[in-house]
Design a protein around this ligand. Structure first.
Ligand SMILES: *[C@@H]1O[C@H](CO)[C@@H](O)[C@H](O)[C@H]1NC(C)=O
Ligand SMILES: *[C@@H]1O[C@H](CO)[C@@H](O)[C@H](O)[C@H]1NC(C)=O
Ligand SMILES: *[C@@H]1O[C@H](CO)[C@@H](O)[C@H](O)[C@H]1NC(C)=O
Length: 229
């Protein structure tokens, strides 16, 4: 009998511990209704600050900040997400894709250049992708379809911002060069037609993403910015 009680006590405790360990996002995901979700949220949980330090550097004196179900739990169940990007002078948001959803991109306060590679036909996946290359002025917008490779560039000597809206709270982000160069050296060598030696592959790997756009070095000369990335 005593053992049984101890066992029950242990089981109940571990249940309580498990419940306490759930993050707010996890509790919201388990909530049975919208009403139950709202009951879990304090007023201040409805406020998200894109300036709160939950941001990642983007190698150009700029940064990205993401509002997702992890960084902003109130998004759980709402089917939307958003990111802002601050691009410093000549700032370059390197080639990447979002596996989770399509991006609706708005240049907020100055012209940005965008580059989008669309998928080739499935029956000829080795074909050169169609590239859509745009100059997007302030308050103009474009889309980057789900999974597509895209990038943005600030050609000016001032800091400029963009907003990216998504129809998902889990859009994700994959930096294409980092992903590509994570495959083993010998596979890379073969895949690149033996054009690079292992030493060169290492060199490229260490210098990603500075190689990617020629206009960046021209821009830096124009703006007199130092190369610290
Ligand atoms: C966001 O930032 C806060 C404090 O700045 C930190 O406690 C929290 O873990 C961060 N969240 C994510 C998802 O990075
Ligand atoms: C975009 O198009 C312009 C004009 O056609 C060209 O000068 C530029 O090199 C292109 N940029 C990229 C990244 O392809
Ligand atoms: C654009 O907005 C960002 C974010 O508020 C700001 O840092 C930047 O200085 C602004 N740039 C211009 C040209 O107004």
């Amino acid at each position: 009998m005593f053992h049984l009680l101890v066992l029950i006590a242990i089981i109940s405790c571990s249940r309580i511990v498990a419940a306490i360990d759930l993050t707010l996002t996890q509790q919201l995901m388990l909530a049975p209704s919208r009403y139950a979700r709202y009951a879990l949220l304090k007023d201040e949980d409805f406020l998200f600050d894109f300036d709160n330090g939950n941001s990642s550097d983007i190698v150009t004196g700029g940064y990205l900040a993401d509002a997702t179900s992890e960084t902003f739990p109130a998004l759980v169940g709402q089917g939307v997400g958003m990111a802002i990007g601050i691009l410093g002078p000549c700032g370059f948001n390197t080639p990447h894709s979002h596996v989770g959803g399509t991006e609706f991109f708005i240049a907020l306060n100055g012209t940005l250049h965008s580059y989008l590679a669309l998928e080739p036909p499935a029956t000829n996946s080795g074909a050169t992708p169609r590239v859509v290359n745009l100059t997007i002025n302030a308050l103009q917008a474009t889309i980057f379809p789900q999974g597509s490779t895209h990038m943005q560039f600030n050609p000016s000597c001032e800091t400029r911002a963009f907003v990216a809206a998504f129809g998902t709270d889990d859009f994700g982000r994959v930096q294409q060069f980092e992903a590509l160069f994570s495959v083993p050296d010998d596979v890379l060598q073969d895949s690149l037609g033996e054009t690079l030696s292992p030493a060169q592959i290492d060199n490229v790997r260490q210098h990603i993403p500075g190689l990617a756009m020629k206009s960046i070095s021209q821009c830096r000369v124009k703006c007199g910015t130092s190369q610290h990335w």
